[in-house]
Ligand binder design. Structure first.
Ligand code: PMP
Ligand code: GLN
Length: 387
């Protein structure tokens, strides 16, 4: 073999995801895993049963249709109308994907040319950097600064160049928990219209909002034709392993994304698609309870982290809490998280991995609160005892 590296240069530095690294650490040390964001209890029994029924009835055991099974596409369209008064044609404006992860990948691969610039909020969810890189495009971070972690919209304007193709939004935002206000979204929308930009919005935490309201940017004037909206069943229904996600947009945008998606997985999650179609029709009480339950857990873990000496940035949405470790006399989140399982029996994620400007994220550490109450209480107890 030549001395040439096996991994192509576009993927330089992307290594193993922090979630895999930290979940492995939780397994080997037996620590409580508040790192990778997945619930430790499954979603509704009726939805699980719907998957079993689909499997037994032979629905989805062979390749489902490329765009997703019609029942699910209709349910996604119904869900957008019910919650946001948005209309998407299930046949041409909805595409089912292997989680939001594939939706993001297919969207980037479909819409970007090499050298296009993508503006994304920093800290960004890790797959954004990878997908922009795989498309050969360039990411341009717009840093959300502590303590508010809100976007500076004048700075956003200043980052737009003739090469800017796309704004990549995420609200509610992982890892900071920021929920964009309607005013912020309107200002972003106005910039997108003025500069004729595409907008891709990752809304996987749409049902986990505790302060304020989730506003899909696609509902704002001038946005429907330039926005790709992405969501997923993982967070809303607590079945992250099923990997059912979706894309919603005008037909030409969906057609473009479908072109890329066909050659990634083609299709996925056959029987689970039927189950999620049922889940999306659950009554409002389900979504209200999900939010109330997570709000309680957020408050429980926030109090515990504060009592242990962390500075807590109370999230308005998602199931993550970003903290500052400097009050504990620490400043390097990476070293802190690598030592935390031994020191306290808890696993967390260093936010620095979500930054291009690593130094900006160095003192911040993320804890997931989508865990059983007794697990959160035990984690809080251990953290308090460790300092
Ligand atoms: N976007 C964000 C912001 C996330 O936090 C995650 C992880 N849940 C995803 C996308 C990926 O979602 P999925 O598991 O549906 O692929
Ligand atoms: N979205 C989850 C998180 O932010 C992790 C998903 C993954 O492991 N890729 O923790």
């Amino acid at each position: 073999m030549s001395g040439r590296p096996l991994l192509n240069h576009r993927l330089d530095g992307l290594g193993t995801t922090i979630f895999a690294e930290m979940s492995a650490l939780a397994t080997t040390t037996g620590a409580i895993n508040l790192g990778q964001g997945f619930p430790d209890t499954d979603g509704p029994e009726s939805v699980r049963e719907a998957a079993v029924r689909a499997l037994r009835d032979g629905r989805g055991n062979q390749y489902p249709p490329g765009p997703g099974v019609p029942e699910l596409r209709t349910a996604i369209s119904d869900h957008q109308r019910r919650f946001y008064d948005l209309t998407f044609d299930p046949d041409t404006e909805v595409l089912v994907t292997a989680g939001a992860t594939e939706a993001i990948a297919a969207t980037m691969l479909a819409l970007l040319e090499p050298e296009d610039e993508v503006i994304a909020f920093e800290p960004f969810y890790d797959s954004y950097a990878a997908c922009i890189a795989m498309a050969g495009a360039k990411r341009v971070p717009l840093t959300l600064h502590a303590p508010s972690f809100r976007p500076d919209l004048d700075e956003l304007r200043s980052k737009i160049t003739p090469r800017t193709r796309l704004l990549l939004l995420n609200t509610p935002h992982n890892p900071t928990g920021t929920v964009l206000t309607i005013e912020e979204q309107s200002a972003i929308a106005a910039l997108a219209v003025e500069h004729d930009l595409l907008v891709v919005t990752d809304e996987v935490y749409e049902h986990l909002v505790y302060e304020g309201t989730h506003h899909p940017i696609a509902a704002l004037p001038g946005m429907r034709e330039r926005t790709v909206s992405i969501s997923s069943a993982g967070k809303a229904f607590s079945f992250t392993g099923w990997k059912v996600g979706w894309v919603m947009a005008d037909a030409p945008l969906v057609a473009a994304v479908r072109t890329a998606k066909q050659y990634l997985t083609y299709v996925s999650s056959g029987p689970f698609q039927y189950a999620i179609a049922e889940a999306l029709h659950l009554p409002d009480a389900y979504f209200d309870n999900l939010r109330a339950d997570h709000r309680r857990k957020r408050d429980l873990l926030s109090d515990g982290l504060r009592a242990a000496g962390f500075k807590v940035f109370q999230p308005a949405g998602t199931y993550f809490i970003t903290t500052d470790i400097r009050p504990l006399g620490e400043s390097d989140g990476f070293a802190f998280c690598r030592a935390l399982p031994e020191r306290a029996g808890v696993v967390a994620i260093p936010n620095a991995v979500f930054y291009d400007h690593r130094e900006e994220g160095a003192p911040f550490v993320r804890f997931a609160f989508c865990k059983r109450t007794e697990v959160l209480e035990e984690a809080a107890k251990r953290l308090k005892a460790a300092w």
